[in-house]
Design a protein around this ligand. Structure first.
Ligand code: GDP
Ligand code: MG
Length: 436
C-alpha cells in the first residue's frame, strides 16, 4: 500500500547518520514512485515532489537533529495542504428544506451514502427525506426503501420514469410533511455518458439544490478523478464524498480529487454499514497515508523547544572544551520543556546520555538552576575550580547541601566527557552509545 511504501522510504532515510541533498533527492524519487503507483495524478505528483523538496531545503533539513523525521513532517504538511482546506459543515437554509443532490457513476455508493448522510443528519437533529430518483434500474427504488426501513428515514418514490418530475414532487412532499432536508439519490452509469449527464443536470436545474455532492469510489483510482473532472464541468459541485476508503484503496483519489477539481472532499465512506461516514479531515488523512500519526506532533514540539542551531553550537563548544554549566543548564531547561519526549530525546546528540542519569522532575531542575546561579561566571566555565570551600559557599547560596553541589558537578563532568569523546563522531555512533 501507499502507506507501507512511504514508510519504508522514510525508515531508510531516518536510519541514516547524515542526510545530504542527494539523500533527499533519492527519498523523493521513491516518494514519487509510491504516489504514482497509488494512482495519484502525474502532474500532482510532480508538483508535490517539487514543493516538498523546496520546503525541505528551505527548512534546512540537512542541519536538523532528525532529518528523516523533519522530512516526514514536511511531506505530511504538504499532503495536508494538497487535500485541504475543508469545511465539512452543511449549511442549512431557512425556511427549508435544504436540498442535497448526490451524483456519481453507478456503483460508486450514492444510494448507500444517501442513507449514511440521512443517518448523520438525524444525529444532528434533522428530519431528512430521501428521494429515490434513480429510475434507470428497476431495483434502485427498492434498495433505497430497504435502507429507509433500516434507518427509519422516510423515502419518497413514484412509479414513473421522469426524474425531474419525481424530484419536483419530492420537494413539495417534503414541505408538506415538515422535512427540513431532502437527499436526492440519482441514477448513475458505468461510465460517463451524455444521457446520464443530461438527466442529472436537468434535475439540478429543476430543483436548484443547495448542495451538490459528487460521490466517488476511491477504489477506482484515476478513473474516479477523471469522472470527477467531467461531473465538475457539468454540475456546480460543492464537494466530493469519497467512498470505500476502508477497502484496499490506494489513496490516490483522495490526493488528486481536490487538486484536479478544486472541490473539497467533504465526507468519506469507510464501510458498508450505515454509520460508516466520516467528516473529512485532510490532516488526519495525511497522517493515515503516512501511517505516522504522532511522530509529526513529536517533531513539531521538539522543533519548537530546541532548535538545531543551538544543538550544533553545543556540539562545537564541546569539541573545543568550552562547554560550561550555563550551556548545561540551557540543555536541561530545553529538555524539561519537552516533558514527555524523553524517548525521542534519547536520539538527540548530546542529550541522551544525560537523560540516563538525571531524573527530570520540576524540583530537580529548580535545584540545578539554583546551584548554577550561585556559581561565579568563572566557576560556570570551569568546574575544576570548585574546591570544598567553594562548594560550601555555593551550597549555602543556593539553599542546598554541599553534596548536592558535588553530585551536580559530577553529572556535568560525566556528560561533558562523554559528549566530548563522541563529538565529531557520526550520529550512528552517538546513538549506539546512548542506547547501549
Ligand atoms: P450506487 O450505484 O452509486 O447507488 O452505489 P451503491 O450505494 O448501491 O453501492 C454500491 C456498493 O458499494 C454496495 O455494495 C455498497 O455496500 C458498497 N459501498 C458503498 N459505500 C461503501 C463504503 O464506504 N465502503 C465499502 N466497503 N463499501 C461501500
Ligand atoms: Mg444507487
Amino acid at each position: 500500500s501507499l502507506t507501507e511504501k512511504l514508510n519504508s522510504v522514510f525508515k531508510s532515510l531516518s536510519g541514516r547518520g547524515r542526510i545530504t541533498e542527494s539523500n533527499i533527492s533519492d527519498a523523493m524519487r521513491d516518494v514519487r514512485k509510491a504516489l504514482l503507483e497509488a494512482d495519484v495524478n502525474y502532474n500532482i505528483v510532480k508538483q508535490f515532489c517539487k514543493d516538498v523538496r523546496d520546503a525541505a531545503l528551505g527548512a534546512e533539513v540537512i542541519k536538523s537533529l532528525h532529518p528523516g523525521q523533519v522530512l516526514i513532517k514536511i511531506v505530511n504538511d504538504e499532503l495536508t495542504k494538497l487535500m485541504g482546506p475543508v469545511d465539512t459543515r452543511i449549511y442549512f437554509v431557512s425556511p427549508g428544506p435544504t436540498i442535497i443532490l448526490l451524483a456519481g457513476l453507478q456503483g460508486c455508493g450514492k444510494t448507500t451514502t444517501a442513507a449514511k448522510l440521512g443517518n448523520y443528519l438525524v444525529s444532528k437533529g434533522k428530519r431528512p427525506l430521501m428521494v429515490a430518483d434513480d429510475l434507470q434500474r428497476p431495483a434502485a427504488i427498492e434498495q433505497l426503501k430497504v435502507l429507509g426501513e433500516q434507518t427509519g428515514i422516510p423515502v419518497y418514490s413514484e412509479e414513473i420514469k421522469d426524474a425531474v418530475r419525481v424530484a419536483r414532487n419530492a420537494i413539495k412532499h417534503a414541505k408538506d410533511s415538515g422535512n427540513d432536508v431532502v437527499i436526492v439519490d440519482t441514477a448513475g452509469r458505468l461510465h460517463i455518458d451524455e444521457e446520464m449527464m443530461t438527466e442529472v443536470a436537468n434535475v439540478a436545474k429543476a430543483i436548484t439544490p443547495h448542495q451538490i455532492y459528487l460521490v466517488c469510489d476511491s477504489m477506482t483510482g484515476q478513473d474516479a478523478v477523471n469522472s470527477a473532472k467531467e461531473f465538475n464541468e457539468r454540475l456546480e459541485l460543492d464537494g466530493v464524498i469519497l467512498t470505500k476508503l476502508d477497502g484496499d484503496a490506494r489513496g490516490g483519489a483522495a490526493l488528486s480529487v481536490k487538486a484536479v477539481t478544486g472541490k473539497p472532499i467533504k465526507f468519506i465512506g469507510v464501510g458498508e454499514k450505515l454509520d460508516k461516514l466520516e467528516e473529512f479531515h485532510p490532516d488526519r488523512m495525511a497522517s493515515r497515508i503516512l501511517g505516522m500519526g504522532d511522530v509529526v506532533t513529536l517533531v513539531e514540539k521538539a522543533q519548537e523547544q530546541f532548535d538545531a542551531e543551538e544543538a550544533a553550537r553545543f556540539q562545537k563548544k564541546m569539541a573545543k572544551g568550552s562547554f560550561g554549566f550555563d550551556d548545561f543548564l540551557k540543555q536541561m531547561q530545553a529538555v524539561k520543556k519537552m516533558g514527555g519526549l524523553k524517548d525521542m530525546l534519547k536520539l538527540m546528540p548530546g542529550l541522551g546520555g544525560q537523560l540516563k542519569d538525571v531524573d527530570l522532575d520540576g524540583s530537580e531542575l529548580k535545584q540545578m538552576e539554583a546551584i548554577v546561579h550561585s556559581m561565579t561566571p568563572k566557576e560556570r566555565r570551569d568546574p575544576d575550580l570548585i574546591d570544598p570551600p567553594r562548594r560550601r559557599r555555593i551550597a549555602a547560596g543556593s539553599g542546598t547541601q554541599p553534596n548536592d553541589v558535588s553530585s551536580l558537578v559530577k553529572t556535568f563532568k560525566r556528560s561533558r566527557d562523554m559528549m566530548k569523546a563522541v563529538s565529531g563522531g557520526s550520529f550512528g555512533g552517538l546513538k549506539a552509545l546512548f542506547s547501549g
